[in-house]
Design a protein around this ligand. Structure first.
Ligand code: BEZ
Length: 216
């Protein structure tokens, strides 16, 4: 059976974490969450990634988004490892919870498996307040993630959601740059919806499908 993916509800597992036990849906309720997995504690790439998450935590807080880590060791090991992460991340504190999965029972249920290695991966799900997956990345254990890209993708999701998915963000988009209008929106609707107007790219097909606008 394929694992959970975009649009699926994350199973409401009870998880043990560095902040105690809770049910995933209780954690997800009322905000967006970045749920990110790691192959194991006291490993080099994971240490840099969790340190970067601690450094970027204020950016997620500003957006009202929670962080939730997972690593395939137990809670005591996570607590010991956090001392190394904080020493490496120079002044940043790991304030977000980290799920314990010492027996690797949780990662398959969250589809955070590397199918080539048949083991833990660097998976990342952005989960909405409805506990559904809005975006997923799957990296092998040899490739550390880019936190700027995590934030950029999150900003795109939040912007599209704010505008009821009537807009989308183009290649390499960053906040404050123009967005594009969804093909599902007609020019007549777009005129009413976007008070700043829109610019249609003059392309050889003359189909008028590439329309940029500005939103906040
Ligand atoms: C790491 O975090 O450095 C790592 C973990 C598992 C395999 C390879 C690298």
């Amino acid at each position: 059976m394929p694992g959970i993916t975009l649009g699926d509800t994350v199973p409401n597992l009870e998880v043990e974490t560095t902040h105690g036990k809770f049910k995933l849906h209780d954690h997800f309720a009322d905000s967006w969450t970045v749920l990110f997995s790691h192959p194991g504690d006291f490993t080099p790439v994971c240490t840099t990634e969790l340190g970067a998450m601690a450094k970027y935590a204020h950016e997620f807080e500003k957006r009202g988004v929670k962080l939730l880590g997972l690593s395939c060791d137990d809670v005591q090991s996570h607590k010991d490892w956090i001392k190394d992460i904080e020493a490496f991340a120079l002044g940043s504190k790991v304030k977000y919870p980290i799920i314990a999965d010492p027996n690797k029972e949780i990662i398959p249920q969250l589809n955070m498996i590397d199918p080539i290695e048949n083991g833990p991966s660097r998976a990342l799900h952005i989960v909405g307040p409805d506990s559904k997956i809005k975006l997923s990345f799957l990296y092998p254990s040899t490739t550390g993630r880019n936190m700027d890209e995590v934030l950029r993708a999150l900003d795109s999701l939040l912007m599209a959601s704010k505008h009821n998915n009537k807009i989308a963000t183009p290649v390499n988009w960053k906040p404050h740059e123009p967005v594009v209008i969804s093909p599902a929106v007609s020019d007549e609707e777009a005129k009413k919806m976007f008070p700043k107007g829109f610019k249609t790219a003059d392309l050889p097909s003359k189909k008028g499908y590439l329309r940029h606008t500005e939103v906040s």
